[in-house]
Design a protein around this ligand. Structure first.
Ligand SMILES: [Zn+2]
Ligand SMILES: [Zn+2]
Length: 273
């Protein structure tokens, strides 16, 4: 099964305890061809301690890569980082990218700055918040994602529509309404122009959610987009490669023949499934 999981967390992320060898063993058991470590780097405003997970992850990557080579395994191990809120400090991102020979840099937005403070999506139950606040958070989220696509030095745009999983307030407006539809289209146009891949993120696969879904992928395809990565966003070994068969079906249905992974920041296409 030629699948490459381009979004996997290890114990170097604040929200995972997964040991790198166990992650790799799980991927091999599922028949994946390879995976990319992509631990969180959440850009802070002061100091640079928030970069440490990426250096720790790189250490594990070097160890595991050597072990796999010594064992004569053909398993492909790649090194990445999921940089959250990269637009806040491009200089420190540039330094990190200069320090580590990444195969790919992933760009994400997990929180927005609103009313003078950080609003981190995972800290809230959107269903308990006023609909107008949720609306503002969602709009700000898409504006920040667009800026990430425009300005950040990234190879993969992560979970474009993942705010949907938090957005459950009463009277919420659909993300495909006119206003957000245009921001999403502009984001897709931008990543196509810059050669940035669109990730299909499977973190909420159990709830039937792909981020983005077939509708957005169809729009992406109609604009000429064809660089797509599969990311389980696994934080535990069991979730590696989750939903990939289903995602491959979606890709085929929207008319995109290849998925891709990255090697030394260049896309490598393959036929998934
Ligand atoms: Zn993420
Ligand atoms: Zn992630």
């Amino acid at each position: 099964m030629p699948f490459m999981d381009c979004h996997v967390h290890t114990k170097h992320s604040h929200d995972s305890m997964a040991e790198p060898p166990l992650i790799i063993a799980a991927a091999m058991n599922k028949g994946l061809s390879g995976l990319m470590f992509s631990d969180h780097v959440d850009i802070g405003v002061e100091g640079d301690a928030f970069l440490q997970p990426a250096y720790g992850c790189y250490g594990s990557f070097c160890e595991e890569k050597k072990r796999l080579e010594d064992e004569g395994s053909g398993f492909m191990l790649a090194i990445g980082a999921e940089i959250g809120e990269s637009i806040r400090n491009q200089a420190v991102c540039a330094r990190l990218i200069g320090d580590i020979p990444f195969d790919a840099v992933l760009g994400s937005v997990h929180k927005v700055y609103l009313d003078g403070k950080d609003f981190c999506f995972s800290n809230y139950r959107f269903s308990e918040l006023p609909a107008d606040l949720v609306r503002r958070v969602v709009v700000q989220y898409y504006c920040d994602v667009l800026r990430t696509a425009e300005e950040s030095d990234i190879d993969i745009l992560c979970h474009l529509t993942h705010i949907n999983k938090y957005e459950m307030a009463p009277q919420k407006e659909d993300i495909n309404d006119q206003e957000l539809g245009e921001i999403i289209r502009e984001t897709l146009r931008t990543i196509i122009r810059r050669g940035i891949a669109l990730e299909i993120n499977m973190s909420w696969f159990e709830k039937g959610m792909f981020a983005p879904d077939a509708n957005v992928l169809r729009v992406y395809r109609s604009m000429g987009g064809e660089l797509v990565t599969f990311g389980s966003d696994a934080h535990v070994p069991e979730n590696v490669g989750k939903g990939f068969r289903e995602a491959a079906e979606i890709l085929k249905n929207v008319g995109i023949k290849h998925a891709c992974y990255f090697k030394k920041r260049q896309p490598v296409r393959y036929v998934p499934g």
